[in-house]
Design a protein around this ligand. Structure first.
Ligand code: AP5
Ligand code: MG
Length: 214
């Protein structure tokens, strides 16, 4: 969890390799459907464009479907879901019905000035959806360093949409931190510093520091 631009996607790209678990990103899934112009993409488009949440009635079903598609042994890493208390309750209920539960909820904390700076300079890969910084693209070939795909600027990184997303985060998603804190699941990690530093903090907090990272 974390506000827009906190580094959820960036850290998830690393963690999925390090922890060998599938990465389920609600934002990436919606962007895939937007690109492919599916029915779901058309339903979600105006919400995403404005920086609003896609309604729970649409979101909960498609993300829980993905979660249930993961085998029990594998585990999973969620990015961008849940974002409302109703989504969290639906997730808890679905996992409990299958005798499963969340191990941890990692909150990446970044101040607003840094979020605005990051989102203004973000380039996203059309193919693998990995986020990149402007400096990674400067002097390079403008391609994704993971897969060589084309980089683009997300439509919802326009200043008006960013402002809306930050507001929605405060009202809808911020209260979820208490929901998980009360359940003893929340780990707070400062998100300022290099990508590697933040990754080190997350792994360390999860008790998952591999021997080659120290
Ligand atoms: P989503 O795609 O989830 O967007 P978000 O939460 O606003 O988060 P971002 O993806 O913008 O930021 P991030 O934290 O992943 O940061 P990143 O790693 O890219 O959702 C988009 C939309 O889909 C929503 O607005 C909503 O409409 C809909 N939606 C999605 N889930 C939903 C749900 N559950 N319910 C309802 N609607 C939903 O990093 C940002 C930039 O910073 C990058 O350029 C990166 O390279 C750079 N960076 C990362 N770490 C560092 C660092 N340590 N130092 C410097 N730069 C860094
Ligand atoms: Mg993201």
């Amino acid at each position: 969890m974390g506000p827009p631009g906190a580094g959820k996607g960036t850290q998830a790209q690393l963690l999925k390799e390090q922890l060998k678990v599938p990465h389920i990103s609600s934002g990436d899934l919606f962007r895939y459907h937007l690109r492919e112009r599916t029915g779901l993409g058309q339903q979600a488009a105006s919400y995403i464009h404005q920086g609003l949440l896609v309604p729970d009635e649409i979101t909960i079903g498609i993300i829980l479907d993905k979660v249930l598609g993961v085998s029990t042994q594998e585990g999973f890493l969620l990015d961008g879901f849940p974002r409302t208390v109703d989504q969290a309750v639906a997730l808890d209920n679905t996992l409990a019905e299958r005798s499963r539960r969340l191990d941890w909820v990692v909150f990446i904390n970044v101040d607003e000035a840094e979020l605005l700076h990051r989102l203004g300079g973000r380039y996203t890969c059309r193919e693998c959806q990995a986020p990149h910084t402007l400096s990674e693209t400067q002097g390079g070939d403008g391609k994704c360093s993971n897969c060589g795909g084309e980089l683009y600027q997300r439509d919802d990184d326009r200043p008006e949409a960013v402002e809306q997303r930050l507001q929605v985060y405060q009202t809808e998603t911020f209260p979820l931190l208490d929901y998980y804190r009360q359940r003893g699941l929340l780990i707070e990690v400062p998100g300022i510093g290099s990508v590697e530093d933040v990754n080190h903090r997350v792994l360390s907090a999860l008790g998952q520091l591999p021997v080659d990272v120290n």
